[in-house]
Design a protein around this ligand. Structure first.
Ligand SMILES: Cc1ncc(COP(=O)(O)O)c(C=O)c1O
Length: 376
């Protein structure tokens, strides 16, 4: 049987380095509750992400839930968002007892179509939750203009955009808040983890309360908070992984470029437009299978799987079409999102993927195309 090529594989620091780093926990016995490594990682991430302020969280989803909760929106208010995302984005809105209003996306990069946001605003709208999907950046300037005009908050789901800079500034410094995921499958991981970044320091206090039961003193609880603290083992994993970010990105970049050169030469495969004002983190390699390729995305997905290549239909179905949300919220005009979700396939990309495997995947796409053309 051939070797399985999975869509992703977690980056890990050298074993000895992590073991050496966690040894101290057997002396201190301080495993969680905003320990020294939690504090150190907050500091280092703030610098790395180039953001004014940051609060570390147990995972990206809780970061998003609490970032929305801290805004104090009234129950039932409307939030304009994209359906072309991981289910977490929509869950975070709904679990805050708010109503998602689904906006269409742009075929060019998969991000929310900023020209369609204004039409969806009603007297109940309180916020916009766009997603920098695959690290492709939303039009942050236009979105801010709309938010300013209608006095709305903007909370970016930046789960995919770790380390990305736009016009020389950390992407987490745009909007009222941004949320990052440090899940094991992400470009940077803390096993499980996440963070909220923001400009106003009062949010730090608020998030501190929300992630720690609202406890402010031995006998004082000021907020109805959750438990969303990152533990020290995860924080140390983050500190170790952060030291190796440069080599990890360099390695991903090589694989990314290899794919890019290959796919650009295959008729019927389209790639998203690149943003010349943004840096890349090489987190994912999404391709779009167009009609003239001759095979549908679903057929390709199945054939690849039979050959032990595990690509992902990321994101299909749209969150608006999932069983828990279908027909429940406004989604009048999401045709482009529907189209894209039927075309997209994310091919395997991770630190350390062997170039022979990338070649195998590319050859496979080229071969399929050639055979079909010959048959015609
Ligand atoms: C777009 C998006 N939002 C939110 C999340 C949630 O992050 P986490 O898995 O860290 O909870 C993810 C993670 O997979 C994601 O891809």
């Amino acid at each position: 049987m051939s070797e399985k090529i999975l869509v992703t594989q977690s980056s890990m620091p050298p074993y000895e380095e992590y073991i050496e780093a966690i040894k101290i926990l057997w002396d201190t016995h301080w495993l969680t509750n905003m320990g020294v490594y939690h504090q150190q990682l907050e500091k280092e991430l703030k610098a790395y992400l180039d953001v004014p302020d940051l609060s570390l969280m147990v995972n990206g989803h809780m970061a998003l839930e609490l970032a929305i909760q801290m805004m104090g929106f009234p129950e039932g208010a409307e939030v304009i968002t994209t359906p072309f995302t991981f289910i977490s984005t929509t869950h975070a809105i709904v679990r805050n007892r708010l109503k998602p209003v689904f906006c269409d996306i742009k075929l060019s990069d998969g991000t929310i179509d900023e020209t369609k946001i204004e039409n969806l605003i009603t007297e109940h709208t309180v916020a916009i939750v766009p997603v920098h999907v695959y690290g492709n950046l939303c039009n942050v300037e236009e979105i801010q203009k709309i938010a300013d005009k209608y006095d709305l908050k903007v909370i970016y789901d930046a789960a995919h955009a770790f380390g990305v800079k736009y016009k020389g500034r950390g992407i987490g410094s745009y909007g009222d808040a941004s949320v990052f995921s440090f899940h094991a499958t992400k470009v940077f991981n803390t096993i499980e983890g996440g963070a909220v970044t923001f400009k106003e320091h009062r949010y730090y206090e608020k998030l501190y309360n929300l992630k720690n039961f609202g406890i402010r003193g031995e006998e004082l609880v000021t907020d109805v908070g959750a438990n969303a603290k990152m533990n020290e083992f995860c924080a140390i994993m983050g500190l170790c992984n952060l030291k190796h970010m440069e080599e990890a990105l360099e390695n991903r970049k090589e694989s990314y470029e290899y794919y890019r050169q290959g796919f650009l030469n295959i008729n019927g495969i389209r790639l998203f437009d690149e943003n010349v004002n943004a840096t890349k983190n090489y987190a994912y390699f999404p391709i779009l299978i167009e009609e003239n390729y001759g095979k549908s995305r679903d057929e390709l997905y199945e054939i690849l799987k039979q050959n032990d290549i595990y690509a992902r239909k990321y994101f299909y179905p749209l969150t608006a079409d999932q069983a828990c949300f279908r027909n429940k919220y406004r989604n009048e005009d999401i045709e482009k999102a529907r189209k894209l979700s039927k075309q997209v396939l994310v091919v395997p990309l991770y630190e350390g993927i062997e170039s022979k495997n990338i070649k195998k995947i590319l050859d496979y796409f080229m071969e399929k195309r050639k055979l079909d053309v010959e048959r015609i």
